[in-house]
Design a protein around this ligand. Sequence first.
Ligand code: F6P
Length: 326
Amino acid sequence: MANIKCIGILTSGGDAPGMNAAIRAVTRAAIYNDMEVKGIYRGFRGLLTGEVVPFKTNNVSNIIQQGGTILKTARSTEFREPEGRRQAYETIKREGIDALVVIGGDGSLTGARIFAQEYNLPIVGLPGTIDNDLYGTDTTIGYDTALNTIMEAVDKIRDTASSHERLFFIEVMGRDAGFLALNGAIASGAEAAIIPEIWTEVDQLEELIKSGFRKTKNSSIVLVAESEITGGAMTMAERVKKEYPQYDVRVTILGHLQRGGSPSATDRILASRMGAAAIDAFMDDQRNVMIGIQNDQIVYVPFSKAIKNDKPINRDLLNTLHILSI
Ligand code: F6P
C-alpha cells in the first residue's frame, strides 16, 4: 500500500440521504486501519478556504440516521479553474492529507478526476446522488430514499387525482436522467413516465393519450423527469391543455423534498459498505476509482468510465410500466 497515513473526506454537489452514513463509514474504517481522518467542509471550496477539521470516531456518532451532510456541500466554481485547484492542493499539503475521499455525483467526480491527475493525488469517489446516473454502479447513495419519498408523495397526490378525476403531471428530479421517474412510476402505480432517454424515439405524451388511458380510468398520474430535453411537467401540462382541453390537468413539482429526510435502510447499508470499501481501495493500491455496486458486489470503477459513459435505462422497466398501466 502507498504510504497513506491521513485521509481527507468531503461531500460535494447536491446533498443526498446516506452521505452521513458514508462519512461515518469512511472515518471509522480509516481509524480502524490506523489512519488519521480530516473532514473538509463545504466540498472542494473548503479546500480553497482551508476549512479542515480532524475527525475522530465521535465526530461521526449519531449521524447514520440524518439526511443531508454534516460536512456541508457546495458546487465550487473556483475549483473548476487551475488556480483554484492549485490553492486546494496547498491545503492538502499543509494539512498532511495523503489521499482524498470525494462523495458526490457526476460533476464532483469529474472535478476529483482532474485534481487527481494534475497533482498525482490518490482519490477514491463514492457515488452520492439521488439521480442514480453514474455508470458502473447499479445504484447510488440516496437514490433509494428519494425513490421512497417520491412514492409516498405520489400516494398522497393520488387521493386528489382520483377524487377529482384529474390528470396529474408530477415532476421528479434526475438532471436529465429518468431513473427516479421510471422506477417512481412503477412503485407508485402511475400510468406513465416521461423520460429524456427515449425522448427522440417516441412522442411519449402522444403514446399515452393514444393508448386510451381514459378508457378504464378517470384519473391518471404521469411522472415526468425534470430535464431541458422534455421541458418538464409544466410543458407537458401546457401541451395537454391546448391539444386535449377535455382533461382536467394539474402539475406538482416535487423539488427538493426529494433530497431530504432520513436515509432508508438500503441507503444506509449501501453507504456503509461503500465507505468501508473506499479505505479498502486505498489499501489495495487503487486510486482514481469510484466505488460501485454490481449484483451486490463492491467493484472499483475507473473515474474515466463512471463519468464519461451514459448509464442506460433498463428498457424492460418501460415495458413493465406499460403493461401494468392498462
Ligand atoms: O443532482 C442532484 C439534483 O437534485 C438534480 O436532480 C437536480 O437537477 C439538481 O440536483 C438540483 O440542484 P440544486 O439543488 O443546486 O438546485
